[in-house]
Design a protein. Structure first.
Length: 481
């Protein structure tokens, strides 16, 4: 049975759904007892001329008991609140201490690894050559059998390692120390590394930015302009309600963006859905990094570095094509890379953001600061969510889902925790939650009390090659017209 852990809301407090629901019920119980005691007070006074009011005395005793119970429940609620706050504070401090403690260790490992690699390379290369020659001398049937066995073994080992909450938690912390390892490998002295971290540098975004800069020098095209076009005619839709209905509409096919438009007395409202990283090129062929597919790893690096990736440009262009503008109300919903795009656009200030739903998002270093309702859902065994580093304090309501799934079996996905189908199941649990912070956030999402009809359009995008790029403005969507 999946369990929810809920935090965010501008606080470091983190608690299980059950504890938060209990805290809410204790508070409501205290208020109920206090209200009942107040309502009994007028009945405890003897009416004029009545020399003995036994009923009034009994009611006074009942009111006193109710007041006592209200005080006890308030004390219990206060203790629970202190425990929740203390747990969140302790977790935050422990994480900060661990990151500070790991930094010099990781930089030393990086330094030694860089030196050892150069030292053992002349020894390793001949051994690899002999192994390759021995492999080629084996019969073809033996090579195929060994390859199949190795593939199965690697799949199982990979799945059991990657689809594990402990791996996700460790990677989340280690992502903040990647720059220390790299600088250590380059021979940067520990004293300079310490000053580097004390200056507030070394974030995941800055590390990704450095990777992006190297990629640009090597011809990477993660920020190249794109063109977008409708994938078909508009179709009629009803306004979504809650989280699960929005997650169900995230596109998975060739069209990576879906825009829904709903008209009403207060003006048009838009729902924008953005898919995750693609596994194929735009035409369905093999994916080439930096090729025509905007939803590739090149765009992922640009996004984590907080730059305008090709995929982000494509979504901005699709929004413009749909008729939405700077004053349009928009709810953004995204999965994986699409969640990072949705978060970036929601926080950009370019639109009147009315809500955000992010699932499987590597956005720990991209906190939500706006006052709109935002829900961020992550599985505790989804290593993709760890690529953004540890979660900074955010106004979004952050939901960690402990899936407690069964042991991996052949045929299961390698990273089952990142499977969008699993997130669609978890989003239903999120909608059903009684935790006050989460319940209230979902209730603030537009459309919860409406039954509007609108229209939806899916959009495809293509990254332009060098010969097609001529005066394209990425901030205008990078779209070729």
């Amino acid at each position: 049975m999946a369990e929810l852990t809920i935090g965010g809301g501008g606080s470091t407090a983190v608690a299980s759904e059950h504890l938060l629901v209990t805290l809410d019920r204790v508070g409501r119980g205290a208020r109920t007892c206090q209200t009942a005691a107040e309502r009994l007070r007028p009945l405890t006074v003897a009416p004029p001329g009545d020399r003995w009011n036994g009923t009034g005395a009994e009611l006074e005793q009942t009111a006193a008991v109710l007041r006592h119970e209200a005080e006890a429940l308030e004390l219990l609620g206060g203790s629970l609140r202190i425990a929740i706050d203390a747990y969140g504070w302790a977790e935050s401090r422990a994480r900060a201490w661990l990151e500070d403690a790991l930094a010099p260790v990781v930089s030393t490992v990086g330094f030694l690894a860089g030196r050892l690699a150069l030292g053992i390379l002349p020894t390793v290369l001949p051994v690899l050559g002999i192994a390759a020659a021995a492999w080629m001398l084996l019969p073809a049937s033996s090579r195929e059998s060994l390859s199949r066995s190795a593939d199965r073994g690697l799949q199982r080992a990979g799945a059991e390692l990657l689809d594990d909450p402990a791996t996700t938690a460790a990677l989340r912390v280690l992502m903040t120390t990647v720059d220390d390892a790299a600088l250590g490998a380059l021979g940067v002295p520990p004293s300079l590394l310490l000053a580097y971290r004390e200056a507030g540098l070394g974030t995941v975004a800055q590390t990704a930015g450095a990777a992006l800069a190297i990629g640009v020098l090597m011809g990477d095209r993660g920020r190249a302009p794109v063109e977008v076009s409708p994938a078909g005619a508009p179709v009629a839709v009803r306004a979504p309600v809650g989280v699960a209905e929005r997650v169900a509409r995230i596109p998975e096919g060739a069209a990576q963006v879906r825009v829904e438009k709903f008209s009403g007395p207060g003006g048009d409202r838009f729902e924008v859905y953005v898919g995750g990283t693609a596994g194929t090129a735009v035409d369905g062929g093999p994916l080439v990094e930096g090729g025509d597919q905007p939803w590739d790893m090149s765009s992922n690096v640009a996004l984590i570095a907080e730059h305008d990736s090709s995929s982000l440009q494509a979504v901005r262009a699709a929004i413009a094509e749909s008729g939405a503008g700077a004053h349009s109300q928009i709810v953004f919903t995204g999965y994986s890379q699409g969640a990072a795009i949705a978060t970036a656009l929601a926080e950009s200030g370019e639109y009147r953001t009315a809500g955000l739903v992010a699932i499987g998002a590597p956005t720990g270093g991209m906190p939500v600061e706006g006052g709109y309702p935002a829900v961020n859902i992550a599985h505790d065994d989804d290593i993709v969510t760890a690529l953004g580093g540890t979660q900074e304090v955010t106004n979004a309501t952050v939901v960690r889902v402990s899936r407690g799934d069964d042991e991996w079996q052949p045929g299961d996905p390698i990273i089952g925790g990142h499977d969008i189908a699993e997130y669609r199941a978890s989003s239903k649990l999120v909608d059903a939650s009684e935790a006050p912070l989460l319940r209230d956030t979902i209730a603030r999402l537009p459309g919860s009390s409406l039954d509007r009809e609108g229209e939806a359009i899916d959009y495809t995008a293509r990254r332009l090659d060098e010969s097609e790029i001529s005066g394209c403005d990425p901030r205008a969507g990078g779209a070729a017209r």
